[in-house]
Design a protein around this ligand. Structure first.
Ligand SMILES: [Zn+2]
Length: 282
């Protein structure tokens, strides 16, 4: 994937600021909490005891610190990539939704952040917060994707961003609130509805991929890029994560869909470029 650096107007840079402690996170991730469990499994450290534990305070000197951050050239390059992908994907949705589309930003953070959806840590993975309509991302997640989940490549990273932006589209179009209502009135269908939401976000990510492939404004795809995204989609299927975590698969606990489903829905969007093919609720 190639991209053109820009003015970073699609970024809200909170890397120099540390969030305080609060409980609970209610965002929509790309496979977040399960990933947390996988990382715990992979690292041998119980990360779940850290997330939302609330007992340990952040280092006092870090609270409220803002402004400049020490970052490697590699990390700065990633910031430009996130900006370019967000810009290109939002352009695509502006074309597809017209005046209904509302612009958003990717909030970059390190270690932890207090979002409108609650306290979140890097280990929970990237997520979209419907309450403030922003995408949240710790750039370190991309290293985890590569090293722990075997999904390298910048288009794999772009897929994750486009997936979160897919949740933004669901929020704008009212799908998100409809699903929340249905989940509240029918708790038994909670996970099944979550899977449909997540697969639709995968399909929407593919829709952007189609338009980027046609020669988007700031992002251009290379021939191998689709493969990178498919590898990433397969890497974060519920069945694979569960198998990595416990060696067993429990379909009733799926929240994001199987590897095969995630690949299928991304591919469907990527082939047609039409969000109407993304009706996972039918
Ligand atoms: Zn998601």
């Amino acid at each position: 994937m190639r991209w053109t650096p820009g003015d970073r107007s699609n970024i809200e840079d909170m890397r120099g600021r540390s969030g305080g402690m609060a409980m609970g996170a209610g965002g929509l991730g790309v496979g977040g909490l399960l990933l947390l469990l996988v990382l715990s499994w992979a690292t041998g450290i119980d990360l779940t005891s850290i997330a939302g534990g609330g007992s340990s305070a952040p280092p006092p000197e870090a609270v409220g610190t803002s402004g400049k951050v020490a970052a490697t050239p590699d990390e700065e390059r990633r910031v430009d990539m996130v900006d370019a992908v967000m810009d290109d994907a939002q352009d695509t949705w502006k074309q597809l939704l017209g005046g209904r589309y509302q612009e958003t930003k990717a909030v970059l953070f390190r270690d932890s952040i207090n979002s409108a959806c609650g306290f979140a840590q890097s280990a929970t993975g990237p997520f979209y917060c419907p309450a403030d309509r922003k995408v949240y991302l710790d750039l370190g997640f991309f290293d985890e994707m590569h090293r722990k989940l075997g999904a390298p490549g910048d288009f794999a990273q772009a897929y994750v961003l486009a997936h979160e932006l897919g949740h933004h589209v669901q929020t704008i179009t009212g799908t998100e609130s409809q699903v929340r209502q249905r989940q509240a009135s029918s708790p038994a269908s909670r996970n099944a509805l979550s899977v449909r939401m997540e697969l639709q976000a995968d399909c929407y990510a593919g829709v952007w991929g189609y338009h980027a492939n046609k020669g988007g404004s700031r992002v251009q795809l290379d021939p191998d890029d689709t493969e990178e995204a498919l590898t990433a989609a397969a890497a974060i299927g519920d069945d694979r994560l569960q198998r990595m975590q416990t060696g067993r698969v429990a379909p009733e606990r799926f929240t994001h869909g199987t590897s095969q489903q995630r690949v299928e829905w991304f591919t469907r969007g990527m082939r047609s470029g039409d969000p109407n093919v993304c009706n996972t609720f039918q």
